[in-house]
Design a protein around this ligand. Sequence first.
Ligand SMILES: [Cu+2]
Length: 149
Amino acid sequence: MKLIAIVLVPLLFACGGDKGGSAGAPATQAAAPAVPAAPVHDVHMVLVNKKYRFEPANITIKAGDVVRWINTSGGPHNVAFKKDRIPAGARDVLNAAMKQRVLDLAGPYLKDPEASYSVSFAGAPAGTYAYACLPHEPMGMVATLTVKP
Ligand SMILES: [Cu+2]
């Protein structure tokens, strides 16, 4: 009788330990994202003191980051890159990355307050990208972003 208890006790522990291990492993896998989320840089589109602006008007990001433009005030606004003032090879990358374009290199007009528009710069060539808001470009709503490799 004593012998059976000695044999069974380690088996029970082994069983319990195994159960805990198998329950823990999938949870750990599920919690770990397959791909880390790209950093997101916010740029606000604003009307302040009767001036239309992107804030900040100049940002530096890394290739692979995401830029999110937000219609904070004074909309509708949009984002339109200048085809002659972006790095070589950037045009096709941007047109592919920009959803709901209204024109070449131009994103949709954001009308609703706090509406936003995100563009991934995955695969974007390094360099300086000039862009403007089409409705407010004549009022100076222009900006640049720099992509670092
Ligand atoms: Cu605007």
